[in-house]
Design a protein around this ligand. Structure first.
Ligand SMILES: [Zn+2]
Ligand SMILES: [Zn+2]
Length: 224
C-alpha cells in the first residue's frame, strides 16, 4: 500500500492538500500531486512502500490549482506516466496559458508546467474511473468516480472541513454559482467513500451531508 491506507488499493498522501494512490490489477493511478515541485510527499510515500514512480500508469489531476499540480512534472519525468486533466484546465497545466495565482501564494509556489497527454471531458473513462465534470471551483474541475466501488475523488469540488462537507475555498472559485450547481451533479452519484482534495476521507451519510450543503449553499456562498 502506498500512502496511508484508506481501504483496499487506496492510499492517502495526506497534507494541507491530499494526493491519493489507487491501485488495481490494471494500473496504479496517482490522483493529484501535492504543492511540492519535487513532489516530496508523494516520493516519501512511495519510498516508504518500497515502490518506484515507474509503476504509476496515470497522473490524474482534479484541477489546475498549484496546490494540486505542482508535483506533476517531477513525477511525470520519472514515471513517464500519462497526465490527464479536463480540457478547460489543460492549457494552464501545460503552460499554454498562465494561471492567475494569488500574490501571497506566488511567494511560495512556483509550479512547473507538464504536458497533458490525455485531455478529459465529462463522461470519459480513464482507467477504472468515470470523469465527472463539476465546474465552478475551476472551470475544468473534475471528480474521478469509481462506480463499482462507489469511491469518489472529489478534488476541491467538495472538501471536508471540521467534520462536514463544504465547498473548497469558495473565495478562490472561478465561478461560485457553477460550483454550487455542481453539487447537484455530485449528489446524483452513489458514493460510499469520498476522498476530498482537502480534509479527511468521508464515509458517513454522504448523501445527507450533500443535501445539507446544497440547502445552505445559496445563502452561505451566493450572497453578495
Ligand atoms: Zn483548488
Ligand atoms: Zn486545493
Amino acid at each position: 500500500m502506498i500512502g496511508e491506507p484508506v481501504e483496499e488499493g487506496v492510499g492517502r498522501i495526506a497534507g494541507f492538500v491530499n494526493a491519493y494512490v489507487f491501485e488495481d490489477a490494471k494500473g496504479t493511478y496517482l490522483i493529484d500531486t501535492t504543492m511540492s515541485r519535487k513532489a516530496k510527499p508523494v516520493r516519501k510515500a512511495f519510498e516508504r512502500a518500497g515502490a518506484s514512480f515507474s509503476k504509476i500508469s496515470s497522473i490524474l489531476l482534479t484541477h489546475q490549482h498549484v496546490d494540486h499540480i505542482s508535483g506533476a512534472a517531477a513525477v511525470q519525468e520519472e514515471s513517464h506516466a500519462i497526465v490527464a486533466c479536463h480540457s478547460a484546465d489543460a492549457p494552464f497545466v501545460d503552460g499554454h496559458q498562465t494561471p492567475r495565482i494569488p500574490a501571497i501564494l506566488r511567494l511560495f509556489v512556483h509550479p512547473r508546467v507538464v504536458p497533458v497527454a490525455r485531455v478529459l471531458e465529462n463522461g470519459d473513462t480513464v482507467g477504472p474511473f468515470q470523469v465527472v465534470h463539476v465546474p465552478g471551483h475551476t472551470l475544468g474541475e473534475v471528480a474521478f468516480y469509481h462506480p463499482e466501488r462507489k469511491i469518489l475523488f472529489s478534488g476541491d469540488s467538495v472538501v471536508e472541513r471540521r467534520g462536514a462537507l463544504t465547498l473548497g475555498a469558495p473565495g478562490f472559485a472561478a465561478d461560485i454559482s457553477k460550483a454550487v450547481d455542481s453539487l447537484q451533479v455530485l449528489r446524483k452519484l452513489d458514493v460510499e467513500l469520498l476522498l476530498p482534495g482537502h480534509g479527511v476521507p468521508v464515509r458517513k451519510d454522504i448523501a445527507g451531508q450533500l443535501d445539507r450543503l446544497i440547502a445552505r449553499a445559496p445563502k452561505d456562498f451566493l450572497k453578495r
